[in-house]
Design a protein around this ligand. Structure first.
Ligand SMILES: Nc1ncnc2c1ncn2[C@@H]1O[C@H](COP(=O)(O)OP(=O)(O)OP(=O)(O)O)[C@@H](O)[C@H]1O
Length: 257
């Protein structure tokens, strides 16, 4: 019998989850265990930051959870759908229709206007934009006056706002950001983080963001900490100082072990 990815019951309020997720790169001398049996849930309408020392597996976790990378063992769910049961075509459709992505590099198409970039995922999917939703997203990120501009005519912060609006345009089940403010100065970064938080508070979006910046993490509702490929801690209602203190413990441990 073929496994039906839609058959099993979802856990209410969970937008995405991993169960005993492991990811191993290479083999023999070059074998790296990037993730070691990580089980984590991302609740709906919650903003989660993933933190931890460099090389601890943050990006790998995000890429596996978003179906951008294969897993070595364990499972990943987006809503009710277990990604391991999907073939390539269904996985591509799921990424396109149900996941929004924001990367450090804005990844906008230079020849398209801001509006065309924002609606591109919908155009590719052959979907009509939900006008009301689009208007809310565009006004939330403050781009109403810039929709006809091309990326080259926008500042870095404005370009990343276009990328945020593009990620939200399809009204995805979950938005994943990999260091979304990594290329921005602190003011533009704060704006983008504010918009991500607003998308959670005002629009009920679910956002998961990888960051190394305690200030960025403090915009989240919850921070999960990875170390050496394992989930080691979590913090609710983080502040920059508390996150910084927690990160310092990793540094101390690394120096004394
Ligand atoms: N394609 C790959 N091939 C081999 N090893 C990899 C690959 N991608 C990542 N790794 C290794 O897996 C581990 C986790 O990498 P990952 O990029 O997820 O860490 P990270 O926490 O995001 O790091 P950083 O904060 O420095 O970006 C690291 O040891 C890394 O060297």
């Amino acid at each position: 019998m073929t496994a039906d990815p839609f058959s099993s019951r979802p856990t209410p309020g969970i937008a995405a989850s991993t169960t005993d997720l492991s990811k191993v790169y290479g083999s023999g001398d070059t074998r790296v265990v990037a993730l070691d049996r990580v089980s984590v849930s991302f609740r709906e309408a919650e903003f989660t930051a993933i933190m931890g020392p460099s090389g601890c597996g943050k990006s790998t976790l995000m890429h596996c959870a978003a179906g951008l990378d294969s897993v070595s063992s364990g499972s990943v769910r987006i809503g009710t759908t277990e990604l391991g049961t999907l073939g390539d075509r269904h996985l591509t459709e799921l990424r396109r229709d149900r996941i929004g992505f924001i990367f450090q590099a804005f990844n906008l198409l230079p020849t398209l206007t801001a509006l065309e970039n924002i609606t591109l995922p919908l155009s590719i999917a052959g979907r009509r934009p939900d006008r009301q939703w689009l208007d809310r997203v565009v006004s939330m990120v403050g781009l109403a006056q810039r929709l006809d501009h091309r990326p080259g005519q926008l500042s870095g912060g404005q370009q990343q706002r276009v990328a945020v609006a593009r990620a939200l345009a399809t009204r995805p089940a979950i938005v994943f950001g990999d260091e979304p403010t990594g290329n921005l100065d602190s003011r533009a970064g704060a704006e983008v983080l504010g918009f991500l938080r607003d998308s959670v508070r005002e629009l009920g979006q679910t956002v998961v963001m990888v960051t190394h910046d305690p200030v960025a993490a403090s915009y989240a509702d919850r921070v999960v900490f990875l170390a050496d490929g394992r989930l080691v801690d979590e913090m609710v209602r983080p502040t920059p100082d508390r996150v910084l203190d927690r990160m310092k413990q990793f540094d101390t441990r690394a120096r004394t072990s």
